[in-house]
Ligand binder design. Structure first.
Ligand code: CA
Length: 227
């Protein structure tokens, strides 16, 4: 039996049963809600390990559900949205959602997203504050040095900041806005273009042309994968 409890929030019955059937077949425990307020109450009373949250709910908006839950919990939230809700998706990620699925999605996509979250949960259970290791990448936070296959990389201060931000949030999709605010502070008109340039050089130094380590989410942002 899978140890994770998943809260499924979805008012659309066929989609809800697709999700719960998938969870059941893969031995996840789950509870369901079809409304936003119910989801907030269930996440307080049952403390799920992962939440799958539809953005378009009949009572309150999914974004509002995230805002409420984030007041007391860091539980990973995967949002489910229709293509027409692309803007809401970015707002939801800015408010602290971890990942997203766009309808229609496949069972395999859903399971892949759950695995990313689970790897992230496992990581936070044994954190080391002085060092970060992910595949061939190693960040020594104490000396501020970064190594790839034990060879030191020469990163600029911005590249280092960018890499540490992605590493700290491994498995989580970070929006352009969030990254720019974290690395540069106040955004300006050229921020997104600068971010793209910095990301390209960082990726080159990390030998990550295939985006195995850092994924690009076009129009949304970036995510570091747990290798
Ligand atoms: Ca809906």
């Amino acid at each position: 039996m899978n140890e994770y409890l998943v809260l499924v929030v979805e008012d659309d019955k066929p989609i809800r049963s697709l999700i719960t059937t998938t969870l059941k077949m893969n031995e996840y425990k789950y509870i369901t809600a079809s409304k936003g307020n119910e989801a907030i109450m269930l996440s307080a009373s049952h403390k799920p390990d992962i939440i799958i949250l539809d953005l378009g709910l009949p009572d309150i908006d999914g974004v509002e559900v995230i805002e409420q839950i984030r007041k007391w919990s860091d539980v990973p939230i995967i949002i489910v949205s229709a293509r027409s809700e692309d803007r809401d998706k970015i707002i939801a990620l800015d408010k602290g959602a971890d990942d997203y699925l766009t309808k229609p999605f496949s069972v395999d996509e859903l399971l892949a997203r759950l695995r990313v979250i689970q790897r992230r949960l496992m990581r936070t259970e044994n954190v080391s504050v002085t060092e970060y290791i992910n595949g061939k990448l190693r960040i020594d936070y104490v000396s501020g040095c970064v190594y790839l296959n034990d060879e030191e990389l020469h990163l600029t201060p911005i590249e280092y900041k960018l890499l540490c931000l992605l590493a700290k949030n491994v498995g989580k999709v970070l929006t352009h806005k969030y990254i720019i605010q974290s690395v540069w502070g106040t955004p300006d008109d050229n921020s997104e273009a600068s971010l793209r340039v910095f990301m390209a050089t960082l990726r080159k130094k990390l030998d990550d042309s295939d985006q195995a380590l850092i994924q690009t989410h076009i129009g949304i942002g970036y995510r570091m994968m747990r290798l």
